[in-house]
Structures are given as C-alpha cells and as structure tokens.
Design a protein around this ligand. Structure first.
Ligand SMILES: Cc1cc2nc3c(=O)[nH]c(=O)nc-3n(C[C@H](O)[C@H](O)[C@H](O)COP(=O)(O)OP(=O)(O)OC[C@H]3O[C@@H](n4cnc5c(N)ncnc54)[C@H](O)[C@@H]3O)c2cc1C
Length: 340
C-alpha cells in the first residue's frame, strides 16, 4: 500500500495528539496538519481537581509531532472524492490520509442548564459554584457524580437525580452502593428520576454525549473496522468512533485506538488490530476508583485485599481497585485472569 504523504488530523484532543505523535514515531515525514477548535488539555481533570481546588490541573505533557497546528478553526465539511477538508476560515486542506478525532459534545436537555465537556464549560462552572449555590445534577453516571462530588467539596448543597441508583449502569450494583454510601455520608442527596426535583440555583446535566460527526456528512458515531478505518484513507479514534468491539468513550481507549488507527493509515492490513482492554478511573467523594475489564460487573466480587476503605475486588472479566494503589498493567492482568 502507498503511504500517504499529506495527513490531516481533525481534533486536537488526546486521540488527535496521540495519533500525530504515533505517525511521526512510525516514520511519517510528510506533511502533518492538526485542525482543532480549541487548545489541547487533559479533559478528565476538568470535573476533578480543576473544579475543586487547582485551576491549572488540566495541563498535558509536550507533544513530539512537530505538526502544523491550525487552532481555533473547525472542519466544516469533507469531500471524500476530492480528498478535501473544508475549514471554518474558508481554507481547504488536501489530504492523502485523514485522522478523525473530533470527539463528542454533551447531549443537552435544555439550553438553560450547564453541561461539562470543555475547558470553557469547566471555567464557567468553577466560577458559578464559587458563591456556593444549591446545585441539582441531572444524571448519576461517573461525570454527574464527579461534578456532584466537586460541588459538594466546595460547599454547595447538592442533589443528584438519576433513573435508578447512580453508577449502576457503568460500575454495577456492588460498586454503585459503595460509592453512593460514601456520597450520602458526605451530604449528597440522591433522588430517583421519578421523584419531584427540588428547586436549585444551578442545574448541571450529565446525560450522555453526541459524537461530532456532522462535518463528515453523517451523524452518530463513526463506524470503523478493527484497525480504526472508516475508509482505506480515513481512520477514526476516540470518543467519535465506534470500533467493532463497540464505542468506549474513555481516556485510555482514545489513546490506544489512536495508536492503532495511525499505524493502520500508514501500513493498512499489516497494522495490528485494536484489542479492547477497557480501563477507566474516577475520583469522587474521597474514593479513587480504577476499573479494568468488562464493565459493569454483576454479582458479588471476590475480595482480593481489603483494609478499611481500601480494597481490591475481582469479578469474572473485571477487576476494580478502590483507594488501592496498583499499577494499571497488574489490574488489567487481574481482570483478564478472572475472565470466563
Ligand atoms: C469532564 C470529563 C471528565 C472525564 N473523566 C474521565 C476519567 O476520569 N477517566 C476516563 O477514562 N475518561 C474520562 N473522560 C472521558 C475522556 O476525557 C474522553 O474519553 C477523551 O477526552 C476522548 O478524547 P478524544 O480525543 O477522543 O475527544 P476530545 O477530548 O473530545 O477531543 C476532540 C477535540 O476535537 C475538537 N473538535 C470537534 N469537532 C471539531 C471540528 N469539526 N473541527 C475541529 N475540531 C473539532 C473538540 O473541540 C475537541 O477539542 C472524561 C470526560 C469529561 C468530559
């Protein structure tokens, strides 16, 4: 297969930056342009340290790709026949290889509610909670619960409303009860969505996301093969993409998919396929959770180790550390050792 000479990356989040670094590491010495509508930063920090105490917690290590960066500009449309990406500033970029890493945006229930996805959202929310308003968080997934935890930590009265107990869909009933118990002990009010909502000064919704694929002339996640290819010369990675193993909008999956997709753009079928090994972490209500394997786990776990609130738990196909220091590779091995 002929290697592309002109590569364009759309999206300068962690997937786009990783793809660009990988392209260079794999020997791409042709042109490389990254188009991004915002600066690069660490998104997971936004709902954690940045909201609570450290407004600088979102820094990323320097990159090595040496690409031409077109920032503050959006890709607005794609012509796959002529291989052109049109930009919001009127430019058109020609490509032989295109990397789609345009991520996703929050699903909105109302224009009046706040959501948290971007650094601008986080800065606005940080400023809004500084006067300690009462806060209603709609959606009890990991993001909603992290927002609730941070708002509570700065002194707001916080209610979370969710369909069923928070976190069950992502972490299963056992871990949901561990985390919700810690949250309630710290003063969080938890309501079921069927109960009336209390009045609140501020409403934050965290009810899922919408992949940014409209500029590709499509909607929904971009379906890719196991090497991240949407077309032979167009690959996708991260929150925007759905691989055959499914869509995994997580930080580590974005990095691992971006590496696979970048190599596939250069080497085609000779590139290794993506092997999903989901890993994710969350920090909330004084608990730091690291989870590897197939989530959510159901049933009672095997307790591998436990000391107070620190525990290492194992299910068939999954392993979870709560306030327990463990290297990610070891946690993954535990999850895979227990797989059925
Ligand atoms: C607040 C928050 C906390 C999180 N915490 C965790 C966590 O603790 N653990 C975990 O595993 N995951 C976490 N995640 C998920 C994780 O951050 C994402 O999976 C990851 O950032 C996805 O990276 P990405 O590069 O695919 O997408 P993004 O980070 O969304 O990057 C895509 C970039 O492309 C830009 N873009 C979009 N459309 C265009 C266009 N047309 N032209 C140009 N640029 C465009 C976007 O503005 C964005 O900058 C969190 C997410 C959020 C929002």
């Amino acid at each position: 297969m002929k290697r592309p000479r002109r590569i364009v990356v759309v999206g300068n989040g962690i997937a786009g930056l990783t793809a660009a670094d990988t392209l260079r590491a794999e020997g791409h010495d042709g042109s490389l342009v990254i188009v991004g509508d915002e600066p690069a930063y660490s998104r997971p920090a936004l709902s954690k340290a940045l909201l609570r105490d450290d407004p600088t917690a979102h820094g990323l290590p320097p990159t090595s790709h040496g690409a031409t960066e077109l920032l503050g500009v959006r890709a607005t449309s794609l012509d796959t026949g002529r291989r052109l990406v049109a930009l919001s500033d009127g430019q058109e970029l020609a490509y032989d290889g295109l990397v789609v890493t345009s991520g996703c945006r929050p699903r909105r229930l109302s224009d009046a509610d706040l959501t948290l996805r971007s650094l601008a959202d986080a800065t606005a929310l940080r400023s809004a909670i500084s006067s300690r308003p009462s806060v209603l968080v709609v959606g009890g997934g990991p993001l909603g619960m992290e927002v609730a935890s941070s708002c509570l930590a700065v002194g707001c009265a916080v209610t979370v409303t969710n369909v069923g107990p928070p976190l069950v869909d992502q972490l299963g009933p056992h871990l949901s009860s561990v985390l919700v118990e810690a949250a309630v002990a710290q003063g969080l009010r938890v309501l079921d969505a069927s109960e009336p909502r209390p009045p609140a000064d501020l409403v934050v919704t965290a009810v899922g996301d919408v992949p940014n694929t409209e500029w590709l002339g499509t909607s929904g996640p971009l379906g890719a093969d196991a090497r991240g290819r949407w077309r032979p010369e167009v690959v996708a990675a991260g929150d925007v993409a759905a691989y055959p193993s499914g869509r995994t909008p997580l930080w580590t999956s974005a990095i691992e998919q971006a590496k696979v997709a970048a190599v596939a753009l250069l080497r085609g079928d000779e590139a290794p396929a993506y092997v999903p090994r989901p890993y994710f972490w969350t920090e909330q209500f004084g608990l730091s959770v690291k989870a590897a394997g197939t989530l959510p786990p159901y049933g009672d776990p095997t307790v591998v180790e436990r000391d107070g609130t620190s525990m290492l738990l194992q299910w068939p196909g999954a392993a979870v550390a709560v306030n327990y220091r463990i290297p990610v590779p070891r946690l993954r091995r535990l999850a895979e050792a227990a797989a059925v």
